[in-house]
Design a protein around this ligand. Structure first.
Ligand SMILES: Nc1nc2c(c(=O)[nH]1)N[C@H]1C(S)=C(S)[C@@H](COP(=O)(O)O)O[C@H]1N2
Ligand SMILES: [Mo]
Length: 210
């Protein structure tokens, strides 16, 4: 495990100011308080997980009519989509035009059929990380369960073999090494949310904490 105390990390982050000003031309692309990075940082609390694709499984459970366990082969057999989107980390970096390939979350939703009372989803990762978000936010056309980044298999550091990519929210809402999607009626805080991160996390309205 990491030597950093999550609570201390959150306290430090709350005090931090943007290190640099965002480029004025990028005003419509870079949310307030963010700056652009060209390289793709790795942000993991704890250890990188090393999961072989043939051992990877994902359980979709909770308030669904048809709970499902997906293998790597089954995931790859579903229709693939690619997205090109900007991503924003609450530690203030934004990376533009990242290119991902995977399966639309809404494709999986069609298979499991959420119960009418399901309104939130908890993402569960290998290694124990969790993060929660409203089901509504996951149903947009560019939220994918990703297995490729820039045309290559997803590196373990970035969550390979399979991670969530929900680019419209701060990137902590996109679990790496995804192994479970739990449909819930009530919202419940995930890992960082328990230490004060926002339950929703929209970067445009700076839903960082609270
Ligand atoms: N399982 C897991 N998923 C995670 C994290 C983590 O520590 N563990 N960190 C989150 C945070 S804070 C961010 S910004 C992104 C970082 O993804 P990256 O390392 O590919 O840049 O992953 C998110 N998903
Ligand atoms: Mo982050």
């Amino acid at each position: 495990m990491s030597i950093f105390d999550p609570l201390k990390r959150v306290e430090r982050l709350k005090k931090a100011r943007p290190g640099r000003e965002a480029d004025a031309e990028l005003e419509n692309r870079i949310p307030p308080g963010q700056y652009e990075t060209k390289k793709f940082p790795v942000l993991t609390y704890g250890d990188t997980q090393h999961i072989k694709p043939e051992e990877w499984k994902m359980h979709i459970f909770g308030l669904v009519e048809n709970p499902l366990t997906l293998s790597w082969q089954e995931l790859l057999a579903l229709p693939a989509v690619s997205i090109r989107r900007d991503i924003h980390c609450v530690t203030r970096w934004s990376m533009l035009d990242s290119h991902w390939e995977g399966v639309l979350f809404s494709e999986l939703v069609k298979k499991v059929r959420p119960a009418p009372e399901a309104r939130f989803v908890m993402q569960h990762s290998y290694g124990g990380y969790t993060t929660n978000l409203p089901l509504e936010d996951l149903l947009t056309e560019d939220v994918i369960i990703a297995y490729q980044y820039e045309g290559k298999p997803l590196d373990p550091d970035h969550g390979g073999p399979v991670r969530m990519v929900a680019p419209q929210l701060y990137f902590w809402k996109s679990a790496k090494w995804l192994k479970g999607l739990e449909f819930m009626a009530e919202d419940r805080p995930g890992f960082w949310e328990q230490y004060g991160y926002h339950m929703h996390g929209d970067p445009w309205s700076e839903e960082r904490f609270g």
